[in-house]
Design a binder for this molecule. Structure first.
Ligand code: GLA
Length: 722
């Protein structure tokens, strides 16, 4: 609900449980009043505290100070010394000062599209507030958008800048969302990591300083994730204030947080100032990517669940399959050593083990026998696939499984026909030798000729090939960023326009194969972000398939992202699939998302095959709950080396509780697992052990004893009896 009250100059936005309020002070300055729980006790007053050394407008004196006020959207150079959301350079005058003031507010049903970009889909409850601000000197119009997704308690923010002036303007800093909160007593929770160790949860108290979480890699990256939370120092999973934020974008980004002299915390998310710089000529307009925020009065767990719901309802594409396919992927089984005959046998093996999708990974095209050659040449290798792709895929399907294929469209090896023909199609700074990473270079996706080449070669390569699933990979980051296609004055846009090209290709592929699903991958979970989730049903969570490490990665991923996107594969390290305890542990760990397998099922014993068949059957029993249930974290593996969580159906009648002990003899010997969503007065039966529990018992907590030996999994599948 959006209420614009002209008499008081106040605007109030309401979602299911939250209220967001602002005021156009003196009819000119959009100041922030409140974001939090909907409550009659909410303090919505405008405050102007201590104000030494703060410039002011003579006309309004000390009642409005840009450096002190909580503002809706801070711009550079006009008295607000804190971190800024928008910095423009007027190339006519050389001035980077702007002073945007409020003109009018409008509300719309639905939302405003962001051309070329991924963004949250509107539904019948979506509404958008549009504020128009103008800067008289540059002639720029700034439209601030607030789009409400009320059922998920989520509000998104983005802006449009229109150059209505005479001079060229450079956007030097672009933040989609800015929020000034009236408290400094907050912890920052973020998901830093590295390749193979994605999304490790870190929680630190904010200080009076500026904190920047940023990727400059041209990808959201393994190293920093755009998702962050701010939570009360005392906030737990179930209690306390928590705010969560994310950006619907997959390239370089900046999350910036500043705590100021008066204990206001400013949090901003956007494209930032180091990897982005945009030329806006007279008459042109620019729309920022979308950023989203949610608030929970019931702890960080609820903030995560709000985000999960938002992603499930408004970001993810519809799944083309009635049941999510259980995938068998060829990578860890054979790496590059694949051919048509082996893959048909592998498909047969998949079917025998109860799996229903063969995904043929890297190595099927061009001269791709290792990672030194072939990327960019999207023609099947006819020595490996003499029958050609259409006939090969037909044979795969005759084994009773679907077919998926690996592609990495954005890259090229130097040793490829594509590079030999078009070395100018790569990202490379003039006069400098480009750096290699995994022996590959990044194609300039801002160049329409590159996009056309990719569309043409995939169209030819896949003509008549019945593909159900694409694994879209991206295996290096951008360095020496420069687009040979763009003119010098637009080089600051290269990485941003690269992303527009990538998104265009994703949409094109989805149109070409409307019934196929895409699994996104970037050296594992290097683009685990809302931009990629717009086009991908699943994301390959990490190249690390060791189940112990996976518990940490899956726990971290759950902070911002729903289980339904988290591809979880059982692997076979050290022949673990022949050890029932280890195979069972790997499987229980993988029951945290869509299931898959990643090893050579052709070389395992009949016992292991039978065990996998049983696993797939068991997964199918819980699948709906795992993929669509509400997710509750119970035990933090970073603190205890044990991970526990549960998922629960909307009506609380079905619960899957999982306890995973990684190492021998953990320091805590017993764990009380409280299932707060169990219904009082109900009896639940565990379909695995046959034991029964009352709802009250489950709410008080059931005790799980840690074992002497690690790799121990205890799972309860609880269904109501009465
Ligand atoms: C990346 C992916 C792997 C696999 C290889 C293929 O590392 O994360 O899963 O697809 O590329 O080269």
């Amino acid at each position: 609900m959006i209420k614009i009250d002209k008499a008081s100059n106040r605007i109030v936005l309401k979602t299911k449980n939250t209220t967001y309020a602002m005021e156009m002070l003196y009819g000119k300055f959009p100041v922030h009043l409140y974001y939090g729980k909907t409550s009659p006790k909410a303090d919505m007053s405008y405050k102007c505290p201590i104000h030494s050394f703060s410039p002011y407008h003579q006309e309004h004196g000390l009642a409005y100070l840009p450096d002190i006020a909580q503002v809706e959207f801070p711009f550079f150079g006009y008295g607000d010394f804190r971190a800024t959301a928008l910095r423009l350079l007027d190339l006519g005058t050389g001035s980077d000062v702007t002073d945007f003031t409020f003109r009018r507010a409008k509300k719309k049903i639905g939302r405003v599209d962001i051309p070329g970009m991924p963004y949250g889909d509107a539904d019948e409850k979506t509404e958008t507030l549009e504020l128009l601000l103008t800067d008289d000197v540059t002639g720029c119009e700034l439209y601030l958008y607030y789009t409400l997704f009320p059922e998920c308690d989520t509000i998104s923010r983005y802006f449009k800048l229109v150059n209505k002036g005479q001079n060229n303007i450079r956007i030097q800093k672009c933040m989609s969302l800015s929020l000034d909160l009236p408290s400094a007593n907050l912890d920052l929770i973020d998901l830093g990591g590295k390749y193979g160790r994605e999304r490790r949860v870190e929680r630190v108290p904010l200080g009076h300083n500026i904190c920047r979480i940023s990727s400059k890699r041209g990808a959201s990256s393994h190293h920093h994730n755009p998702f962050i939370m701010l939570a009360d120092h005392n906030a737990t999973e179930e209690r306390g204030d928590a705010y969560a934020f994310n950006l619907v974008y997959s390239g370089s980004f900046l999350d910036e947080i500043e705590v100021d002299q008066n204990n206001t915390t400013r949090v901003m998310l956007g494209l930032g100032d180091e990897s982005f710089n945009y030329l806006l000529c007279p008459g042109e307009e620019f729309i920022s990517p979308e950023a989203v925020m949610t608030y929970s009065a019931n702890g960080i767990g609820q903030a995560s669940r709000n985000m999960h719901q938002f992603v499930r309802r408004h970001i993810l594409p519809p799944t083309p399959f009635e049941k999510r396919p259980v995938v068998l992927n060829s990578w860890e089984a054979f790496y590059f050593k694949i051919d048509g005959k082996l893959m048909v046998d592998f498909a047969k093996g998949a079917h025998e083990c109860g799996m229903d999708m063969l995904v043929m990974d890297d190595g099927w095209f061009g001269a791709r026998n290792d990672d030194h050659a072939g990327l960019g040449d999207w023609t099947p290798n006819l020595t490996k696939f003499p029958q050609g792709l259409p006939a090969f895929v037909k044979e795969v399907k005759q084994q009773g499984v679907h077919f998926g294929i690996w592609i990495e469209p954005e890259m090229v090896n130097k040793n490829s026909d594509l590079y030999r023909a078009h070395s100018d199609w790569c990202i490379r700074a003039p006069g400098r030798e480009p750096l290699l990473s995994r022996d590959q270079l990044v194609l300039d996706m801002a160049n329409p000729a590159v996009l056309q080449y990719l569309k043409d070669s995939f169209t030819t390569c896949f003509r008549g090939v019945d593909i159900d699933y694409f694994k879209w990979d991206m295996n290096r980051h951008m360095s020496n960023v420069y687009s040979p296609y763009l003119p010098p004055e637009r080089q600051g846009e290269a990485a941003y326009r690269y992303m527009l090209g990538v998104y265009e290709l994703f949409r094109w592929l989805r149109e070409l194969y409307p019934n196929a699903m895409i699994e996104n991958c970037s050296g594992g979970g290097g683009r685990y972000d809302l931009g990629m989730m717009k086009y991908s049903t699943q994301i390959w969570t990490s190249d690390t398939t060791d189940p112990i490490q996976r518990t940490y990665i899956q726990y971290g991923s759950s902070f911002g992202y729903p289980t339904t996107v988290m591809s979880c594969h059982v692997a076979n390290h050290g022949n673990s699939c022949e050890d029932p305890r280890k195979l069972n542990y790997g499987f229980r760990v993988a029951l945290n998302g869509p299931l898959g397998y990643e090893f050579n099922v052709l070389s395992v014993s009949e016992t292991a095959k039978a065990a996998m068949r049983e696993q797939v059957k068991e997964y199918r029993l819980y699948e709906n709950l795992i993929l669509n249930g509400d997710f509750y974290r119970l035990v933090d593996p970073f603190a205890c080396d044990c991970y526990a969580y549960y998922v629960v159906s909307e009506d609380n009648s079905e619960i899957l509780l999982s306890f995973l002990q990684n190492y021998d003899d953990p320091k805590e010997k017993s764990y009380k697992l409280k299932v707060s969503r169990a219904k009082r007065g109900m009896t639940y039966r565990d379909t695995i052990s046959g034991d029964t529990f009352t709802g009250d018992e489950l709410r008080k907590g059931i005790t799980v004893q840690a074992q002497k030996k690690g790799l121990y999994a205890k799972m309860l599948h609880l269904v109501t009896e009465n």
